[in-house]
Design a protein around this ligand. Structure first.
Ligand code: AQP
Length: 343
């Protein structure tokens, strides 16, 4: 089912400030958030701090990471005059709607979420309840704005399917067409940037090895060193994309190059097919430094004035609240809550 025509296109997405943002977050999410903004669609972007605490966060580090992630959004090209940028905890509708969705989503649906299984690991009994119901909060983030399109990396596909299921069940149970059935927007060659140490694992900000990822705050030497040391195989690059099958590390580096250069893996292999990694890696490092150094420099500049970052986030939160609050109140009416307080 596609989104009901009654819903005007509105883009929503978020990133957890659970550490410094990585090249994966940049290519899979941030860069694409900017593209959506440039297309002139209404865009709402959120630093999902309530999601971040589903695993332990040191409070002062969380504050720092939230401001630093905001700086990354701004440095990557998010314009707070054209997009709404805010942190989730400042708009209460997210948590309130999440409770309603806790009562809509089924235990069986959540039990199938692979991210919970991955993050809880063997120690399931000891995982926070919040980690289990994380996808319901994510559905609330999106549906509190009646967002229709959600740009994300590949790893979030299952959560978006759950968001669709929640909207469909809510609409069905209450006999309404209230929540849109969202469209995941998983596009481009970098929907799943892999670890530099293991091409079968996603690049992640919480990976214990810093060498597995490029952080948006890394300086030029660190970026070059991480790419130089990235795991590869002894074969030269193939001439065609089909030659990358069963070579996950080689494929990852080619995809990163293509995404940074805004081209295709085919075009990258046209230029580098037959080259060994000894010649490809330095060129990839140069490209990564050229693209990322200006972002990192701008982040440093922005972080020197945290009060200005807080002002931008606060302004965004007020604008977000003005959209979400009336939607939440209509949702309460549908569910049958008595509005006992005078407006
Ligand atoms: N490696 C990746 N490749 C492409 N896209 C990615 N995203 C994350 N990693 C990659 C996309 O970035 C957005 C924000 O993700 P998130 O930080 O909220 O959560 P995550 O997906 O769990 O990312 P991490 O880095 O792995 O965080 P931790 O380590 O804290 O769990 C999403 O759109 C995601 O798809």
């Amino acid at each position: 089912m596609s989104t009901a025509p009654a819903f005007t296109p509105r883009v929503f997405s978020g990133i957890q400030p659970s550490g410094g943002l990585t090249l994966g977050n940049y290519l899979g999410a941030l860069k694409r958030f900017v593209e959506k903004q440039e297309q002139g669609v209404e865009t709402i972007y959120c630093l999902v701090d309530l999601h971040a605490i589903t695993v332990w966060q040191d409070p002062s580090k969380l504050r720092h990471s939230t401001r630093e992630a905001a700086a990354a959004f701004l440095a990557a090209g998010i314009d707070p005059a054209r997009s709404i940028l805010f942190n989730q905890s400042q708009v209460p509708a997210h948590a309130e709607l999440a409770w309603i969705f806790n009562c809509v989503a089924r235990m069986g649906w959540l039990s199938r979420m692979t991210q919970f299984k991955d993050k809880a690991g063997k120690n399931r009994e000891n995982a926070a309840v919040g980690l289990f119901v994380y996808p319901n909060l994510m559905a609330a983030d999106i549906l509190a704005y009646h967002a229709t399109h959600v740009p994300v990396g590949e790893d979030q596909k299952q959560h978006l399917e759950l968001t669709r299921d929640i909207a469909i069940k809510f609409n069905h149970d209450y006999g309404v067409e209230f929540f849109p059935v969202v469209e995941p927007v998983i596009e481009g060659v970098a929907t799943r940037v892999m670890s530099l140490r293991d091409g079968t694992k996603k690049m992640s900000k919480s990976d214990p090895s810093d060498m597995s990822r490029i952080n948006l705050t890394d300086d030029a030497d660190t970026i070059a060193q991480k790419i130089r040391k990235a795991k590869t195989d002894p074969e030269p690059l193939p001439d065609e994309v089909s030659g990358l099958e069963s070579r996950p590390e080689a494929r990852n580096l080619v995809n990163i190059y293509a995404a940074l250069e805004d081209t295709t893996p085919t075009a990258v292999l046209r230029a580098f097919g037959g080259h060994g990694f000894g010649s490809f890696k330095p060129q990839l490092a140069d490209l990564a430094v050229t693209k990322l150094a200006p972002i990192s420099a701008e982040m440093t500049r922005l972080m020197a004035d945290p009060a200005e970052i807080d002002r931008i986030l606060g302004d965004g939160a007020a604008r977000a609240d003005a959209i979400a609050r009336p939607i939440l109140e209509r949702c309460f009416d549908i569910v049958g809550m008595v509005r006992s307080r005078p407006v």
